[in-house]
Structures are given as C-alpha cells and as structure tokens.
Design a binder for this molecule. Structure first.
Ligand SMILES: Nc1ncnc2c1ncn2[C@@H]1O[C@H](COP(=O)(O)OP(=O)(O)OP(=O)(O)O)[C@@H](O)[C@H]1O
Ligand SMILES: [Mg+2]
Length: 214
C-alpha cells in the first residue's frame, strides 16, 4: 500500500501554478521536489500534507481518499501520522528548545528520544529559549519536534536551508535512517541539487508540470 498517492492535482492562486500533478510515495521511500523560487513547491507540499484542500484532483493517505475523511479523521491523521517541517519553522518563541519538544511529547503521547537530540547536536541548547538559538539550531529543534511524533510521512520544506553542508548532509542521513527504521516515507522540497539527489526519486516543478528527473 502507498503511504500517499496524489492524482491530477492542479492549483491556482493569482495564476495557475501547476496542473495534472500526480505522485505517489511508498514506505522507506524518499522523494525530492526541486524548482525555481515561486514555482509552487511549498504550495504542492501544503496540498500533499492536507494543509490546503485540492482545487482539482485527489489525494489518498494510507489508502484512503482525503475528500472522504471527516474533519476529525483528517486532524487525527495530521496530528499522529504526518510530520511537517516548515520552510519557516514555527517554534513556540517564549519556550525553551526542550519545552518545545515536550509539547510534541504531550500531543503525540510519545517520548523524546535522547539519541535524536544527540544526533541533531542540540543537547547543548536544550534549555535555551528559542529566541536565543541560531537559525540552524532552531531548524534542528523543529526537526526533533517533528520526529518525536514518530510520523509515517515526513513533509520537509527546505529543512536544511539554514545549515552548513556537513550538518545538512548529517540531517538528511538522519531522515533516511528514520524512514528506514520506521517504515516511513519522506517528501523533501529543496533548492539543493546534491541533497535532492540523495533521495530515491527527484522531481522538478517547471512550466506548471512536475517532471521526474531521477
Ligand atoms: N496563500 C496564497 N495566496 C496567494 N498566492 C500565494 C499563496 N501562497 C503562495 N502564493 C503564490 O504562489 C506562488 C508559489 O508560491 P510557493 O510558496 O508555492 O513557491 P515555492 O516554489 O515554494 O518558492 P520558494 O522556493 O521561494 O519557497 C508565488 O507566486 C506565491 O506568491
Ligand atoms: Mg517554498
């Protein structure tokens, strides 16, 4: 069974961003989406992660069409099975890094894994306020927060945009290991070609089309 299967998605804001986009994601698979700024990558990710409702086309999650799900079903899936790492990370600003992870623990009723914190190299900043962290540290805390939920699908929008090459590669490896160990899948949006090609398949959003290039 596919984790996610999207068929013939089209989306228009001021103008048509893309049309007839189809995509599917299986367990232990990773997909990268690249494309110019403004081509609609984040919008596509928002559709796939059910933050936006499709104007045209359909999305099935875990074999069930999202249009047939009740609001409650959809919000439970969103809370328990989807992990979304946003382009601008939304951490709770008045809280410490640790308190941000605690929120994820409480909402998902899972425990923070010390190895996750260690692998993301954020042990030192756990008790600092979010506003005192560097952009890259905040990015890694938001990744830890998402993985604490143990999602089945990770949607990551430029999750390594604030990181140096070495740290970015390590974070990518962490995502891949996570998917392998938890039979999860990942859809990654990035501007970085090298990181994109670490994924099993690569697509490019261009001229309103999603083309597979790997
Ligand atoms: N909520 C919205 N209302 C109206 N227009 C929007 C909305 N969200 C995005 N857009 C427009 O849709 C286009 C695509 O935006 P999107 O954020 O999907 O691009 P992107 O490929 O992720 O770009 P970037 O690489 O810069 O992050 C842009 O022209 C943007 O202004
Ligand atoms: Mg974007």
């Amino acid at each position: 069974m596919n984790l996610l299967s999207a068929k013939n998605l089209s989306h228009t804001f001021e103008y048509e961003l893309f049309c007839d986009v189809s995509l599917s994601l299986g367990t232990k698979e990773s997909i990268a989406i690249i494309g110019m700024s403004g081509s609609g990558k984040s919008t596509l990710l928002h559709l796939l992660s059910t933050l936006l409702t499709p104007q045209k086309g359909s999305i099935a999650l875990f074999g069930q069409d999202t249009s047939s799900m009740s609001k409650k079903e959809l919000s439970l899936i969103k809370r328990n099975k989807l992990g979304i790492v946003f382009q601008s990370h939304y951490l709770f600003k008045g809280f410490s890094a640790y308190e941000n992870l605690e929120v994820a623990e409480i909402l998902s009723q899972k425990t923070i894994e010390p190895t996750l914190v260690k692998n993301l190299a954020i042990e030192q900043c756990m008790h600092q306020k979010v506003t005192e962290l560097s952009g890259g540290q905040q990015q890694r805390v938001s990744i830890a927060r998402v993985l604490t939920k143990k999602p089945s699908i990770i949607f990551a929008d430029e999750p390594t945009g604030n990181l140096d090459n070495q740290t970015a590669t390590e974070v990518m490896k962490l995502f891949f290991d996570y998917c392998e160990q938890n039979s999860a899948g990942m859809i990654l949006v990035t501007h970085d070609n090298d990181l994109a090609h670490m994924c099993k398949r690569v697509y490019k959003l261009e001229n309103r089309e999603l083309k597979q290039i790997k």
